[in-house]
Ligand binder design. Structure first.
Ligand SMILES: [Zn+2]
Length: 127
């Protein structure tokens, strides 16, 4: 069973088969962006680090992050959904979950925050 590592997300592979799970990228910079997106902190106050088995569910990626690859076989063409190499998680971030509970939503703010997070990987929950 696979579980999404994003803080506040309870998606598991057995619950919903329409959700796919994606391992962290190998490149350091993008891995760091994914890690910060998860918004998790270890007990000692250190930023949580993903392991080889850590996965993020497809709910956190926009449709444009995926590509459909067709593979022809004897039984016709089968399409596989693949996460693009450049994909960055932006949806349903822990920060959104927190602000949805404690503050009224400011239009456009989430989008800007997401862009900022992509540009400069900021740490959630530390301030
Ligand atoms: Zn998730």
């Amino acid at each position: 069973m696979v579980r999404c590592v994003v803080y506040g997300c309870s998606n598991e592979s057995q619950k919903d088969c329409s959700i796919s799970f994606h391992t962290f990228p190998k490149e350091r910079e993008r891995k760091q962006t994914w890690t910060h997106f998860c918004g998790r902190i270890n007990k000692g106050g250190k930023i949580w680090q993903p392991t080889a088995t850590s996965k993020i569910c497809s709910r956190h990626f926009t449709k444009s992050c995926f590509e459909h690859i067709g593979a022809a076989s004897l039984y016709g063409i089968k399409f596989k959904t693949k996460l693009k190499d450049s994909a960055i998680p932006t949806l349903h971030s822990p920060r959104e979950l927190v602000s949805a509970c404690s503050h009224p939503q400011v239009p456009g703010r989430g989008e800007r925050a997401a862009k900022r997070a992509r540009k400069k990987a900021s740490v959630f929950f530390i301030n």
